[in-house]
Ligand binder design. Structure first.
Ligand code: GMT
Length: 374
């Protein structure tokens, strides 16, 4: 197949999944064209059947808001005309599903494409819920030839909020289980923590939905009970406040601010636990990558995380805003090496059996075939 993938290029789960999917499809000999406003951060494979097309958004004094969505629609149309794409897969509803729809409308009758939209979470729960975007999101979903979501929870949320009256297929996120794999690496671990210190990791885009104050509070409670270090990976609006809060709680020296990092697998492998106390995650790709690395996850009962993390098996889920519950679990787990080792094994097993790249990419392939055959 000739597949166009439209995604955000920046650090974030939807761009990561879209790009990994593009690379995996190219490995399966499909011709893949990734369309975005910058090279996606996970795009690292060199293959002759994997192409990147930049959307150029020109500024003009009249444009207070440069019309990215229109430039994207024109770029999609141009790529279809040049390469004969069969299908465009839009990741994130706003504006990608709408731009793909526009491109399809603009194309001549003999060059029509099918449009598949994948919803990742905030495109429905935050952006789509805003009055300015709700109707256009619903329109984009109705006009797509196929719609997928990354969790059962997001499917329910989409049906509840948008009542689109159409099939929505759940195709969960996936992970490269070779890249994110368990293993000991004392030298790498020593870069972050002393042998007697427990190593806790949080990685995100530091948006309010991630509840960064709970990360810091939970870690402070843990550090009061045992020697520990916290590594924060990523960047975003909540980061400056995190540093202040760590100082106020007297744990600033135990917190490492690593900034944005792409090669996080080495750190996840040597971490003792991954902390994700989000208000909700439609899925929680970062948690999946940690589990695949054999690292138990402590998160929240909201959203799609319960589909990935099972309390008492591969991690623990608490209510939103309950850092004490999270810390108490961590103290118990990290004081018991045998139990911790069992959680590590279960973490890895839970991913390999359900979320490995080949299995999930096959689901997308089958969905494309189905949509093209309609
Ligand atoms: O984590 C984010 O806020 C970024 C966002 C995105 O669209 O890039 O992530 C969402 O999509 C990921 C990939 O499907 C999911 O794993 C995340 O759970 C989801 N984030 C939220 O629902 C908050």
């Amino acid at each position: 197949m000739r597949i166009g993938i439209v995604c955000y290029p920046t650090f974030g789960g939807s761009g990561a999944i879209a790009t990994e999917l593009g690379q995996a499809l190219a490995k399966r000999d499909h011709e893949v064209h990734v369309i975005s406003y910058a090279p996606p951060f996970r795009l690292r494979e060199f293959r002759l059947n994997l192409h990147y097309h930049a959307v150029e958004v020109s500024s003009y004094p009249l444009f207070k808001y440069p019309p990215y969505d229109l430039a994207l629609a024109s770029k999609i149309m141009e790529v279809v005309e040049e390469t004969g794409l069969d299908l465009v897969h839009a990741h994130y509803a706003i504006p990608h599903a709408i731009s793909a729809y526009l491109a399809r409308q603009m194309l001549p009758a003999d060059k029509k494409i099918k449009v598949v939209t994948t919803l990742h979470g905030t495109d429905i729960t935050l952006v789509g819920a805003e009055k300015a975007y709700a109707e256009i999101t619903r329109f984009g979903l109705r006009q797509s030839d196929g719609v997928t979501v990354v969790s059962e929870w997001l499917k329910r949320e989409t049906e509840r909020s948008f009542a689109v009256g159409r099939e929505i297929r759940v195709i969960p996120n996936f992970v490269d289980t070779d890249r994110f794999s368990p293993g000991e690496d004392a030298a790498h671990r020593a870069r972050f923590a002393r042998p007697e210190e427990k190593l806790i990791v949080h990685a995100s885009n530091f948006r309010p939905v991630k509840r960064i104050p709970d990360v810091i509070r939970c870690f402070a409670l843990l550090a009061g009970k045992m020697p520990a270090r916290l590594v924060l990976v990523g960047d975003g609006p909540e980061l400056p406040r995190a540093a202040e809060q760590a100082s106020e709680l007297g744990i600033r020296k135990q917190v490492i601010f690593a900034g944005q990092q792409e090669a996080i697998e080495g750190l996840l492998r040597v971490a003792d636990a991954f902390l994700l106390p989000s208000e909700f995650e439609s899925f929680g790709l970062a948690a999946l990558e940690a589990l695949s690395s054999g690292t138990p996850v402590v998160g929240t009962e909201q959203g799609g995380m319960p589909e990935v993390v099972t309390s008492g098996v591969n991690g623990h889920l608490c209510g939103v805003g309950e850092p004490r519950c999270m810390a108490e679990f961590l103290v118990r787990l990290l004081s018991d090496p045998e139990r911790h080792a069992a959680f590590r094994r279960a973490a890895r097993e839970s991913v390999v059996s359900r979320y490995s790249e080949p299995a999930i990419v096959s689901l997308y392939e089958a969905f494309y075939e189905e949509v093209l055959g309609r």
